[in-house]
Write a protein that binds this ligand. Structure first.
Ligand SMILES: [Zn+2]
Length: 364
């Protein structure tokens, strides 16, 4: 069994976007309660930890423009809106620094060998937060905590290379923006085609990175309706070969419930069984390429049952808890239409052809 650090910070968990907002605060307490009810906390080598240290301004400014930091700080003092979708309730600035500090604690503990894995369910996101505020929406995110953590680990000498495997249904435009010219971070994102979903203006297949970072930004925009078999086929064909060649020292994965077919905000087609498969594959690859050092963020997912049950399934895989099952009232959607399967297959071949310009492993 793996030693898993489960980051749960009550001061962050209380963050609420307010009544009627799709990102539900109840996900977090329900996730922890279900893990306890199902016996995972007591029997599976999971330790629930409440790290008290927030990231500092310097760590935020290693990633973001000062104007964004000041804007969030100022809104947070009185309450306000970062954009129409992203309220900033009083105390957000402190909670955002604390949530990033929690993730950083988990990652450092792994690098120091105290735990094998770390997992954090997010009260609010990070991957849409771009370097600076450009008067575009932030998609329920404040600071890009994924980038803050990786930059902090690099500057403190914990690692040189990190791989981010983003399985959220939305493209992580903020992560792409921040690391676009940086070959020390390989960003791979499988997401619903941005022509059909937020953020829309980024996440296309031809965005491969720039300068020294060319080839280190890998977008796989999947057609709406892509189901488990096709999703896993793409993940299995793209992620492990790149991870082997890149040889990161840590993998940070984002695995969210919004790729499920029942999610009310998106149009992908995977079912609950896929969450176990995604987590198992990423765990196995982490064992192979970086000594099992894996940090997982859970969070998005706008159907409460999917967000909680899918996250519990992922957590069970991270510790290697055998035979864990959850109720699945959703079942599986009807068969994947042939035109979607064909489009995914074509996309996969095109992606491999493009990647072969930068990665030896795809030059057959
Ligand atoms: Zn999402």
């Amino acid at each position: 069994m793996k030693r898993l650090c489960l980051i749960y910070q009550p001061a962050v968990v209380e963050h609420s976007f307010g009544a009627g907002h799709p990102l539900l605060q109840e996900r977090l307490p329900r996730y922890l309660a279900k893990l306890r009810e199902d016996g995972l906390i007591d029997h599976a080598g999971i330790e629930v930890v409440d790290p008290p240290d927030a990231v500092g301004e310097d760590e935020i400014l290693a990633v973001h423009d000062r104007s964004l930091l000041e804007r969030i700080k100022e809104l947070s003092a009185r309450g306000g809106l970062l954009d129409g979708d992203t309220p900033v309730p009083v105390g957000t600035y402190e909670r955002a620094r604390l949530q990033a500090g929690g993730l950083l604690y988990g990652a450092k503990s792994i690098m120091e060998g105290q735990y094998d894995r770390a997992v954090q369910m997010l009260a609010f996101g990070g991957h849409h937060a771009m370097r600076r505020h450009q008067h575009i929406t932030f998609g329920f995110c404040y600071f890009n905590q994924e980038a803050i953590v990786i930059k902090a680990l690099q500057s403190q000498g914990y690692l040189q290379r990190a791989l981010i495997m983003d399985c959220d249904c939305h493209h992580g435009n903020g992560i792409q923006d921040i690391f676009y010219a940086d070959p020390s971070v390989l960003y791979i994102s499988l997401h619903q085609d941005p022509r059909t979903l937020y953020p829309g203006w980024m996440g296309h297949a031809d965005e491969v990175g720039e300068g020294a970072g060319r080839g280190y930004n890998v977008n796989v925009p999947l057609p709406p309706g892509t189901q488990t078999q096709s999703y896993m086929r793409v993940l299995e064909q793209i992620f492990p070969p790149l991870a082997r060649e890149f040889a990161p020292q840590l993998i940070l994965a984002i695995i969210n419930g919004d790729t499920h077919f029942a999610d009310p905000l998106t149009d992908m087609g995977i079912d609950l069984s896929c969450y176990s498969r995604i987590a198992r594959l990423i765990s196995e690859v982490s064992e192979e390429v970086c000594g099992g050092r894996l940090v997982v963020e859970l969070g998005g997912g706008y159907d409460l049952g999917v967000a909680v049950n899918g996250s519990c399934k992922v957590t069970a895989e991270l510790v290697g808890y055998e035979g864990y099952e959850v109720d699945d009232p959703y079942g599986i959607p009807g068969p994947e239409p042939a035109h979607i399967t064909q489009r995914v297959e074509k996309l996969l071949e095109e992606r491999k052809a493009t990647l072969s310009r930068y990665w030896k492993v795809f030059r057959a």
